[in-house]
Each structure stands twice: as C-alpha cells, then as structure tokens.
Design a binder for this molecule. Structure first.
Ligand code: AQP
Length: 335
C-alpha cells in the first residue's frame, strides 16, 4: 500500500464536454496533487443519472470525460482513474449511509435545493435528493484523507465528515475523516454571460459556458463577447465588477500570473485588448487538450481497457471497506 495520503475526487459525465470551471476548479488541483498523493479520480456516472440523461449520450459522455481527464494531464498509470458504476460498492455503501442520514440534514443541501428548484418538483427524483450520500460513499470507500473540489461541493464534504464520524461512533472506527481542499481564489468560475452564476455544464445558455472541446474560434468568440461593465478599467472587484473579475481569475490561473500583475499590465488599456489576450491564453491552454482528447477517442477499445484495469484496482480497496462496514453493522455473512 502507498504511504502517500489518499485523495479522491470526481466529475459527472453530464455533458459531451467538460467546461473550464471543472478544469480550473478541479483538474488543475488534481494535476498538482497527483504526484504527492495516492490519487483516485472517478467519472461519477451514477451521479449524472440523478438528472435525466439520454442512454446513448451518457455512454459516449463517459468515455469523453475519461479522455478529457487523461488529455488534461491525469496519468492513469500513476493515479486510479475509473468509472463509478464499474465498482458496485459505491451504491451499496450509499444505501448504508442513507440509513444513518437524517431527512432534515439531507434537505439542507443547497445543491439539491438549487437543482430541484430549477427542474420543478415533478422531475426532481429521490436519486437527486440522495446525491450527497452517494458522494459520501465515493469518498469513504477509499478512506480518502483529501478531497479537492470547487467551492460548490464544500457542503457535501461537510456532510461526508459528519456521516463518517457518526458511523465511527456508532459502530467503531471504520472510516477516515476526509478534508475538503478548496483552492480559494479559483473556487468558483462564473458564467460569461451571467457572471453572478456559477459556470455549469447544465447552464441554460451556451454562450456563457466555455467547453474544453469547443473549437478554438468558438472559444475566442465567447471570451470576446463576455459580459463586462461599462467603465473599461481592468480591476479585480468581484462585488461591483463580477464580469471582469471572473475573466481576471481565469487569466491568472491559466497563465500562472498574479491578478495584481495583470491589473498593472492591462489596467486602463481597455477591455478589448484584455479580452483578446485572454482569448489567446484560453485557446493556447485548451487547443492541445482538445486535440489529445480527440486522438484518445479515436481508439475507444484502448480507453475502455484502461478504465477496466483501473476499476479493478479501485474495487480492491472499495470492497475491503464495504466488507468491514457490513460486518460492523451486523449483516449476516454469506456461508
Ligand atoms: N464553475 C465552477 N468553478 C469552479 N469549480 C467548478 N466545478 C464545477 N463547476 C465549477 C468543480 O468541478 C468538479 C466536478 O463537478 P461535477 O461535474 O461533479 O458537478 P458540478 O459541480 O455540478 O459541475 P457542473 O459543471 O455544474 O455540472 P452539472 O451542470 O452537471 O451539475 C467539482 O469539484 C466542482 O466543484
């Protein structure tokens, strides 16, 4: 077993491309942490089906998500990169956790409240309500110490910690208590057309979302059409200048330059010049990832083989934890 701290994180294959918020909020951290951690990265397809998915599209999106992880720099030989539904211990542990989760505490999850409000009561499922306990199972099965996520997932990791502590005190020490790791400055990338809403795969309008697999010309056009305020001063002020502040964050992460130095460089030279340079930076980052993704997708059998081998590695760890859990709660061993 590795002596490095264990890390777990995942992304839903809920669209045919990731968006740059997923990259900046999650994958950038994953890449930094994969050398110093025993890292497990999951494509959480069972989470994706908590909202309606087209079956053919879901299968395709799952491969596309895997290919984007690898193309963006996740190494499936060094880290464990697998598809959630390939390891049945995930929904099995989630069921156990459902039985120690209060209805009230699950009802307080803001992501559920937001998504269910957007969808309306009739299309909101029990699966969406139980999303956080499945996420807790994902993390706890691997005894993960660290969970790098964007800010929107903070509350789910808190619930995971509560459930782990509750299980441990009721049934004896079983789970490691994980820590969320949230990069504060990049925790939330906002929609380019609605800079007070999080950029999201399920956004209602395409124009505000930059997809990793967008053609470079499309990416550049979206950046240049991003909503900004009228005063033309490139300054970081999320309260009164959310649009330009969001663009500064994106520029800073992708170019590895501080916000202060970008303000000094672009300050009063106007938004047009800044947006043109930012479009170049974004295209330079994502064009090679896009090309590599398309290459990987050209050989789906090889991709499936890599995912299957990684799922076996993941299942070995997950099944050990699940067996301990079943034993602790008193389920009868099969003879
Ligand atoms: N806008 C964002 N800024 C920073 N981080 C973000 N993440 C998502 N959007 C942003 C981070 O990406 C990881 C995986 O997200 P997910 O796909 O599991 O679920 P999500 O957070 O609900 O992402 P989306 O894109 O909004 O998907 P849909 O629309 O399907 O719900 C997480 O670490 C998340 O914090």
């Amino acid at each position: 077993m590795s002596s490095k701290p264990r890390l777990f994180s995942g992304i839903q294959p809920s669209a045919n491309s990731l968006q740059i918020g997923n990259y900046i909020g999650a994958i950038v951290q994953w890449k930094e942490l994969q050398a110093s951690h025993d890292a497990i990265f999951c494509i959480v397809d069972l989470h994706a089906i908590t909202v309606q998915q087209d079956p053919t599209q879901l299968r395709e999106n799952t491969r596309r998500t895997a290919a984007q992880y690898i193309a963006a720099g996740i190494d499936p030989a060094a880290s464990t990169l697998f598809v959630q539904s390939h390891v049945p211990a995930h929904p099995e542990l989630a069921w156990i956790l459902n039985t120690i989760t209060g209805f009230g505490e699950a009802s307080r999850m803001t992501q559920f409240k937001d998504k269910s409000a957007r969808q309306g009561a009739d299309s909101t499922t029990v699966g969406l309500f139980a999303y956080p306990t499945l996420m807790a199972a994902d993390i706890l099965l691997y005894q993960a110490a660290v969970v790098p996520v964007g800010d929107d997932q903070r509350q789910h990791v808190e619930l995971t910690r509560d459930l782990a502590g509750r299980f441990n005190s009721r049934f004896g020490d079983t789970f490691a208590i994980p820590e969320a790791r949230i990069q504060r400055e990049t925790a939330r990338i906002y929609d380019l057309q609605e800079p007070t809403s999080k950029m999201s795969k399920s956004a209602s309008s395409e124009a505000g979302v930059v997809w990793l697999l967008d053609e470079p010309t499309v990416t550049a056009k979206k950046i240049k059409s991003a909503v900004t305020d009228a005063d033309n001063d490139v300054r970081f002020d999320p309260e009164s200048k959310p649009g330009i502040s969001n663009l500064l964050t994106i520029y800073s992460v992708l170019a590895g330059e501080s916000i202060a130095s970008l303000e000094a460089e672009f300050g009063s030279r106007g938004y047009g010049n800044f947006k043109t340079k930012l479009a170049d930076v974004v295209v330079a980052t994502f064009a090679p990832i896009r090309e590599r993704t398309l290459e990987l997708l050209a050989d789906p059998a090889e991709l499936d083989r890599v995912l299957a081998g990684n799922a076996d590695r993941a299942a070995e760890i997950a099944n050990r934890t699940l067996a301990t859990v079943y034993d602790r709660i008193g389920l009868l061993h099969k003879a």
